[in-house]
Design a protein around this ligand. Structure first.
Ligand code: CMC
Length: 492
């Protein structure tokens, strides 16, 4: 028998991840590598794209039961692999013994089919367009909660009692100041440098001021978490103030988390600045919507760095760098630049769309598409509505919103975008609100980073406490030269 098949074995009723036991397969099967002549061709091939099956659809096909094991057949070798099921019925094949038993690894560039951890923090169903923080829908959280409470929720995966929230709120308010010497780091960097680079450097540098962050103890990890959540707005604001040559504004402990950010950004020592409550609420909403998004590129980076035992500041500094990329958080800056170039008449909306559809143009419709959402991103839904509300409450109009709506309409009626299930993502509308708040375009991604901070911190803490965590170290398919002899430079 040749080829690879993965078949479900005998079914058993749905159970929780912990309730599904491994098959306890005999250890003799391990290290029995396949004889070469029975191995499938090593050429890397891609099959035509299968129709997407949602986990819910698969469970339903299996008659509301999930098999206890999956059978993998490679040539004449057949092995059973345990199946796992999450609390939202997401199913996984546990391949931890795969290489030991077959010599094969899985090949999954971009890790689109790979669960690298289990997590209790955020649930996302991309086919349905569902996002929940510890079970609470993003729509309800956005409407009823606030960012400080959301931070606590992500850190503890339950809503805080009044006293717990008061203590947490106090803690992150009273650790907002930066060490005076850290200010010199900002001054030593070019004013024109991107604030994401400044933030990554400053967050990494926190570990030099708080060396207890490397102790690895739960207590120090928690103190580092509080410090980072408290100081990130100050770092962000200083990165901006440095870029425009204005004095750094010390945080004010009488202001809320979001109000303090606006104060440190826009206040000056010369005059009184009181943050506008409409702007404060709009910023709080933006931060809530960015707070966590399970195993995205930057969060997996934070977990990956943390898996080596590196401290929280070092891990999150790497996450900030990952977020900066234009395919990730950097897209919010690109969206506004795209909308501005349409308004300035450099290209029409239709021309942009046509370029985005051509592979060789090197352009994409920024703010559209998502690795996981194959439906409207629920955060974009909330933000689209909020754009109208915020502009209205601030008594402003912005033609960029009309351009964004036009682009969305063209895309949602274009077969290219419809077939590929490309919808607006969180970055498509967020920039219009940032702009209404007066936040400079280069700071958009920094604001994404302030919002994502509780997600990074919560995921890092979870990863560090999880007994299943191992240092992240993927395998590869080597496709380079086979063994050959060295030739000295004169003879080449
Ligand atoms: N414009 C035009 N075509 C697109 C776009 C887009 N924005 N996004 C995906 N496609 C096409 C892509 O060319 C491919 O076509 P084909 O099947 O013919 O080769 C197909 O859709 C699937 O795309 P993919 O690149 O395989 O999808 P991915 O999951 O690897 O990438 C993504 C996801 C977000 C990187 C991508 O959709 C993208 O580049 N979007 C624009 C950048 C953006 O808005 N990023 C913010 C993401 S949301 C916030 C965050 O989490 O950071």
């Amino acid at each position: 028998m040749t080829g690879v098949s993965l078949m479900p074995d005998a079914a058993h009723p749905l159970g929780s991840l912990s309730a599904v036991e491994s098959q306890g397969l005999p250890i003799e099967g391990m290290h029995k590598f396949l004889p070469l002549n029975t191995m499938p061709s090593p050429t890397l091939r891609t099959e035509s794209k299968p129709a997407a099956l949602t986990p819910a659809a698969v469970v339903s096909m299996m008659n509301q039961t999930v098999p206890k094991t999956a059978k993998l057949t490679i040539g004449d070798l057949q092995i059973d692999l345990p199946m796992l099921i999450g609390t939202e019925n997401e199913i996984a094949i546990d391949i931890r013994q795969l290489r030991a038993k077959t010599g094969a690894i899985t090949y999954d560039p971009g890790l689109g089919n790979t669960g690298a951890c289990s997590s209790k923090i955020t649930f996302l169903d991309g086919e349905q367009g569902t996002l929940r923080y510890a079970g609470y829908s993003i729509e309800e959280i956005a409407q009823k909660s606030n960012f400080v409470e959301v931070m606590w929720l992500l850190l503890h995966q339950r809503l805080p009692l009044a006293a717990e929230l008061a203590q947490f709120s106090h803690d992150i308010t009273y650790h907002t100041m930066l060490h005076e010497n850290l200010k010199q780091l900002f001054s030593s960097l070019p004013k024109s440098g991107h604030p994401m680079a400044v933030c990554a450097a400053s967050v990494g540098a926190l570990s030099t001021f708080y060396q207890d962050s490397s102790s690895g103890s739960d207590e120090h990890n928690w103190i580092s978490a509080i410090r980072l959540l408290a100081k990130m707005p100050t770092i962000a604001a200083y990165s901006y103030k440095h870029s425009i040559g204005q004095p750094f504004m010390y945080p004010r402990n009488d202001l809320s988390y979001a109000a303090n950010i606006l104060y440190m950004l826009f206040g000056t020592p010369c005059e009184k600045y009181e943050p506008n409550p409409v702007m404060v609420r709009a910023l709080d909403l933006l931060l809530i919507l960015h707070a966590d998004h399970e195993q995205n590129c930057s969060t997996s980076t934070v977990r990956t760095v943390g898996s080596s035992g590196a401290n929280l500041f070092a891990s999150v500094s790497a996450g900030i760098s990952a977020l900066w990329g234009p395919l990730h958080g950097g897209a919010n800056q690109d969206v506004i630049e795209m909308l501005l170039s349409i308004r300035e008449g450099k290209r029409t909306a239709k021309e942009f769309m046509e370029l985005a559809k051509k592979k060789d143009s090197g352009m994409r419709l920024v703010g559209f598409g998502h690795r996981v959402y194959k439906n409207y991103d629920p955060r974009a839904q909330i933000l689209k509505k909020a754009c109208y509300e915020v502009l209205d409450q601030l008594g402003r109009k912005d033609s960029l919103l009309d351009i964004a709506i036009e682009l969305e309409q063209i895309a949602l009626n274009d077969s290219y975008f419809v077939e590929r299930k490309l919808y607006p993502n969180v970055d498509f509308y967020s920039g219009i609100i940032y702009k209404a708040l007066g936040i400079p375009v280069e700071m958009f991604t920094v604001f994404f980073a302030i919002g994502r901070m509780p997600g990074w911190v919560s995921q890092w803490l979870e990863c560090r406490k999880d007994p299943e965590t191992r240092i992240t170290r993927p395998r590869q398919m080597y496709t380079g030269a086979t063994v050959r002899s060295y030739t000295s430079v004169e003879k080449r």
